[in-house]
Design a binder for this molecule. Structure first.
Ligand code: ADP
Length: 343
């Protein structure tokens, strides 16, 4: 009997999740190392968190397994656990209960990562809804104004049609960018990479942006050795460079210059897009590649941005096993660099 007990204790101690045995007066009869770490000092004081006591009490009263979640701080950091409280003795009579001493088995499974992902998903859905709602509200207001009579107003009608057209374009940009992100996430590790010339890709990207740049009298200069090869998916790398040039055009004044330089460093290739634009204050650098993060919301919206351009650049870099960086000084321009494995 003693050997069996020892075996059980050894088994419980080795478990990867927290296990506690708690009696009817909420005293901890047994706990494994994980449970001790999770509940920190409280276990040593034999004092359980209130939320856990509530679940334990519920399990005793209902005489069946109770599930719930527990939020706790370990060394100041927040952790989440899925809790299951299972009554161990379901006595047929009060006498038996007295004799055996009712207790419950508490199991703690860590779900912090799941919780974080769930929060990110929730936040993302809220952001997308908000981003889509803004242009739709403008389109609806313009249509209603036209219906209310502006359709016969030769002076104002073109203005409302222009609003509808511009906001539909914005909706289209947001949805296309969301689809690009989702494709990158779904197919990221299956993207086909082949060795090719980066100079060619840079030139294609620059050509795509020429019309927009010319409208602002911005000159795009490129410098890339023809022999420089990168292991890449050319279409994706072109999209990333287009996003960077497009931003450089959007956030620069008329008559400035944009320079794209590609060079090899050890076994990587760096593609930098320099502009002489507004620049970005340092406090934003760490978050600039997040979805929907914008330094100046109004400026981004009026420039037709979806707020997703840089997160697409980051994802494209990642599917190549590379990274994207920013260097910028407010008022002095920015340099965005895409670092990819050399071919
Ligand atoms: P957006 O569609 O808003 O341009 P991005 O993800 O491409 O979204 O960029 C995020 C934010 O980073 C922009 O809103 C802008 O505030 C800032 N930003 C990006 N590129 C530049 C740049 N070259 N110069 C100044 N600010 C920039």
């Amino acid at each position: 009997m003693q050997k069996q007990l020892n075996d059980h204790e050894a088994l419980l101690k080795a478990m990867k999740h927290g296990v506690l045995l708690v009696n009817r007066t909420h005293q901890v009869v047994f706990f494994n190392q994980v449970a001790a770490a999770v509940l920190e000092l409280e276990v040593y004081k034999r004092k359980l968190p209130e939320r856990l006591v509530d679940l334990i009490e519920k399990a005793f009263i209902e005489k069946e397994t109770v599930e719930g979640e527990l939020e706790t701080r370990i060394s100041g950091e927040k952790f989440f656990f899925q809790v299951s409280v299972q009554p161990l003795h379901l006595p047929n009579s009060d006498k038996a209960k007295e004799k055996q001493g009712a207790s419950v088995l508490v199991e703690l499974h860590e779900i912090t990562r799941l919780h974080r992902l769930e929060n990110l998903r929730r936040e993302f859905v809220a952001n997308v809804s908000h981003e889509l709602k803004t242009p739709i509200t403008s389109i609806k207001a313009a249509v209603e104004t036209l219906q209310d009579g502006a359709v016969h107003d030769q002076v104002n009608m073109p203005r409302f049609l222009e609003i509808i057209s511009r906001q539909s374009d914005r909706l289209n940009t947001i949805i296309e960018d969301l689809l690009s992100l989702s494709r990158l996430e779904n197919e990221g590790n299956r993207v086909l990479l082949t060795t090719g010339s980066i100079a060619k890709v840079i030139q294609e990207a620059a050509n795509t942006c020429t019309i927009k740049a010319k409208q602002k009298n911005i000159e795009i200069l490129t410098k890339a050795p023809a022999s420089l090869n990168v292991k890449m998916n050319a279409a994706l790398v072109e999209q990333a460079i287009v996003n960077l040039i497009d931003n450089a055009v959007k956030y620069s004044e008329k008559g400035t210059k944009i320079q794209i330089i590609a060079q090899q460093t050890k076994n990587e290739v760096e593609i930098s897009v320099h502009d002489q634009g507004h620049g970005i204050a340092e406090e934003h650098h760490a978050r600039i590649f997040e979805r929907f993060y914008r330094v100046d919301k109004a400026r981004s919206r009026s420039a037709g941005g979806s707020g997703l351009g840089l997160s697409i650049v980051k994802h494209i870099a990642q599917v190549h096993g590379g990274r994207a960086l920013v260097q910028s000084v407010l008022g002095k321009g920015s340099t965005f660099t895409l670092i990819l494995p050399a071919g």
